[in-house]
Design a protein around this ligand. Structure first.
Ligand code: CTP
Ligand code: MG
Length: 249
């Protein structure tokens, strides 16, 4: 029984605002996707990799990954879709029947450490079928009422003003990271059930666990790691460069 990792790298990185797709942006000389692929390989918990590439960049992505001596597992590169959810589905279609566990990881989280990757995968192998890493949140988080409809008995809100609807207890909130790991059959079922959402980011799931939750199945959480932070903006990029230097790798 083997483990497949799907490494999502098909996004454009519009919020990062560099000239290259985010996964190909070099972090201390190495593309983000390669940092992530090396750490997945170094974990020893992954037997094969499927990487999603932006349309038209499949062969560029293959060149980056295939010639790297530190990525010692077989790599297949596939074209991603218009949303992260559709890209994961494209990767998942390459999972073979002998692969019992599937790990989904973002190239945008290039420094997720090997120990954390092992923690997530081992918890699935121990019998929890959907496992995600999470970290406590530092901000107080509010839920606001959905916009675009006048709420019964309330005046319409001016542009730029939202009504606060709830304040969840911060002690119970976690910010979620990747890698997320799943029993393959469960993840296939979750993506099939949620497939209608995948066409645009407005409806697509922002992580794979939420598709499993939508089935009514349990999702379990283990401790995440600051090093698994996501690079979204230029500020994140400079911060993660500092983390990499401190980490000494
Ligand atoms: N991703 C993907 N296919 C898409 C969109 C995103 O494989 N159609 C991947 C990205 O490459 C990234 C991860 O999903 O590794 C998380 O997405 P995000 O941080 O939103 O990256 P981008 O979509 O590239 O960035 P932006 O939303 O700023 O354009
Ligand atoms: Mg995106």
């Amino acid at each position: 029984m083997t483990t497949l990792a799907i490494l999502t790298a098909a996004g454009s990185g519009s919020r990062l605002g560099f000239d290259l797709p985010k996964a190909l942006v070099p972090l201390r000389g190495l593309p983000l996707v390669l940092h992530a692929a090396r750490r997945l390989t170094a974990s020893g918990a992954v037997d094969a990799l499927v990487v999603t590439a932006p349309n038209g960049l499949v062969s560029v992505m293959s060149d980056v990954l295939e010639h790297d001596p530190h990525v010692s597992v077989p790599v297949v590169v596939v074209a991603g879709g218009p949303t992260r959810q559709s890209s994961v589905a494209a990767g998942l279609s390459r999972a073979r029947a002998d692969m019992d566990t599937v790990v989904v990881h973002d190239a945008a989280r290039p420094l997720a450490p090997a120990a954390m990757i092992r923690r997530v995968v081992e918890t699935v192998k121990a019998g929890h079928q959907a496992v995600i890493p999470g970290v406590p949140v530092v901000d107080t988080i509010k839920v606001v009422a959905p916009r675009g409809q006048v709420e019964a008995g309330r005046p319409a809100l001016p542009e730029g003003v939202d009504r606060v609807a709830a304040t969840p207890a911060r002690t119970l909130l976690r910010a979620v990271q990747t890698p997320q790991a799943f029993d393959r059959a469960l993840l296939v079922r979750a993506h099939a059930a949620g497939a209608a959402r995948a066409r645009t980011e407005a409806t697509a799931a922002t992580d794979d666990a939420s598709l499993v939750e939508a089935l009514g199945e349990d999702v379990f959480m283990v401790e995440g790691d600051e090093l698994a932070m996501k690079v979204t903006t230029a500020r994140d990029f400079y911060y993660i460069e500092k983390l990499l230097i401190e980490d000494g790798r």
